[in-house]
Design a protein around this ligand. Structure first.
Ligand code: FPP
Length: 263
């Protein structure tokens, strides 16, 4: 029997929602929720600029939006949330902004780890985390280790991540294995490629959300997004809230996914 999300959520979650959010929830079916949501969290700078604030204020509010979104996804029963926190191209930004983003990450993990664990969230990462500043790297390793036995939402943080880098890494690893005689060229298939991506073992994203009105993928999960449903919103990331997520879920629910086949 199909179940409405509203019927299965804990009462304390529903009491914290406003009428608009409840209206959205009353249209969502549990069986039609995406298992894996990926988000390009864009628009922190513009959010700050609109308020004549420094870009740092936008990133700080962005971290709050991330906290809200992780919590809500965990409550809704989403299995995997992948967020694009720092790309291989973000190193082109001024040193001060890079430092700020790294410090925010450390602060976020230090402040939120208890709550994340209480919500049964497991932290994993995608990207070359070993190239991050030492304190950020250490904090991430700690967060991954502390949360490794959690069984709820998997929060996959893409850090120093670039999809082309990831695909090259997979190709080189597989080429080395072929050279060593572990595989024949004929053994190379989708599942072998996927076993060499950072997202190994995760289901493919069902829904990709990009905020701030930009409509591009920016080197994010190019392999994994082959059949993902895309949702673009003008909301700037720091303003992204429950209503925005529910709107994206409703849009996703009404899509017809054919994966190249027929209805
Ligand atoms: C895009 O905004 C956002 C980022 C480059 C990084 C995302 C970072 C956060 C959400 C901050 C907190 C992160 C963690 C992991 C605690 P932008 O600066 O490109 O915005 P703009 O396009 O308006 O300038």
């Amino acid at each position: 029997m199909a179940k409405l999300l509203l019927e299965v959520l804990k009462p304390n979650i529903i009491t914290n929602l406003n009428q608009t959010e409840i209206n959205y929830l009353s249209k969502l079916w549990v069986e039609k929720l995406p298992r894996h949501i990926a988000i390009i969290m864009d628009g922190n700078g513009r959010w700050a600029q609109k308020r004549m604030l420094p870009r740092s204020a936008g990133h700080r509010e962005g971290a709050n939006a991330l906290k809200r979104t992780v919590e809500f996804c965990a409550q809704l029963g989403i299995k995997v949330l992948t967020v694009y926190a720092f790309s291989t191209e973000n190193w082109k930004r001024p040193k001060t902004e890079i430092n700020l983003l790294m410090n925010l990450l450390v602060e976020y993990l230090q402040k939120e780890m208890d709550a994340l664990c209480k919500n049964n969230v497991k932290i994993i990462t995608s990207g070359k985390i070993e190239e991050l500043p030492r304190d950020a790297y250490a904090e991430i390793l700690k967060a991954k280790s502390v949360s490794k036995n959690n069984t709820g939402l998997i929060l996959n943080v893409a850090l120093n991540y670039g999809s082309r880098d990831e695909i090259l890494k997979a190709v080189k690893e597989i080429a080395a294995l072929v050279k060593d005689g572990v595989y024949d060229i004929e053994d190379i298939n989708y599942s072998l490629m996927e076993a060499h991506l950072y997202t190994k073992g995760l289901p493919e994203p069902d829904l990709l959300i990009r905020t701030s009105g930009e409509k591009r993928l920016s080197n994010f999960l190019l392999w994994q997004l082959a059949y993902t449903e895309l949702f673009f919103t003008d909301t700037l990331w720091p303003d992204f809230d429950k209503k925005d997520l529910l709107e994206a879920l409703l849009s996703y629910q009404n899509r017809e996914r054919r994966f190249g086949g027929l209805k």
